[in-house]
Design a protein around this ligand. Structure first.
Ligand code: GAR
Length: 212
């Protein structure tokens, strides 16, 4: 069917940082690459994330949902996940993209969006994933392990941390003398097309009403 004639697929993007992956998604929507997908809302768990500014500039409703620090880690993750689920349901969201989102999601949100929620991670999972593995810590660990290649992975979100089914991966070489920043930069260039391509797959799944 002509994507222009299809019902819009409403996407919510979750962010914590500079929002360069969010920007790639915004640009992809503008150029028609997301087919009938439309970024309907952005949620940041960090009030100072530059991603918030990117969403505002693009005219996308953005909500700041800060984790409640006074709760235990498990309670905090669940409480935040429940707030995100409430927003998603009240806005009739069809799919969720974690684009550099650092809180761990749990409970009814994960069940409600099983097969409809994806995450980008800056390593070749299952290597260098899991609790505490995010951003520069990942690249540091890759260099310390003497890996010859690294990259990024987009996967479905399940109840574990970076354990969901892998949708796609992109590889880059690790070069001698690389700093964590050098490696992060090389991987970033792959991340933007990886997140866009995986989002198109997500949108197709949602369009079909498929459960994976
Ligand atoms: C990206 O490199 C992403 O892969 C990583 O955070 C960065 C966010 O950058 N995600 C994780 O580490 C998740 N475990 P951005 O805010 O500029 O898109």
């Amino acid at each position: 069917m002509n994507p222009k004639k299809m019902k819009l697929t409403k996407i919510m993007v979750l962010v914590s940082g500079s929002g360069m992956n969010l920007q790639a998604l915004i640009d992809a929507e503008r150029s028609g690459k997301l087919r009938n997908g439309t970024i309907t809302a952005v949620i940041s768990d960090h009030p100072q994330a530059f991603a918030i500014e990117r969403a505002r500039r693009a005219g996308i409703p953005v909500f700041v949902e800060v984790p409640q620090e006074e709760l235990s880690r498990a309670e905090r993750n669940l409480e935040l996940s429940n707030r995100i689920l409430e927003r998603a349901q009240s806005m009739n969201i069809n799919g969720i993209i974690l684009a550099g989102f650092l809180s761990i999601l749990q409970g009814p949100l994960v069940s409600a969006f099983f097969g409809k929620m994806i995450n980008i991670h800056p390593s070749l999972l299952p290597k260098f994933g899991g609790n505490g593995m995010y951003g520069m810590k990942v690249h540091q660990a890759v260099l310390e392990a003497g890996e010859k290649e690294s990259g990024c992975t987009v996967h479905f979100v399940d109840n574990g941390i970076n354990t969901g089914t892998i949708i796609l991966q992109r590889k880059v070489p690790v070069l001698s003398g690389d700093s964590p920043g050098d490696l992060a930069e090389r991987i970033r260039h792959e991340e933007y097309s990886a997140i866009v391509n995986a989002s198109v797959i997500l949108i197709k799944i949602v369009n079909r009403g498929a459960v994976v």
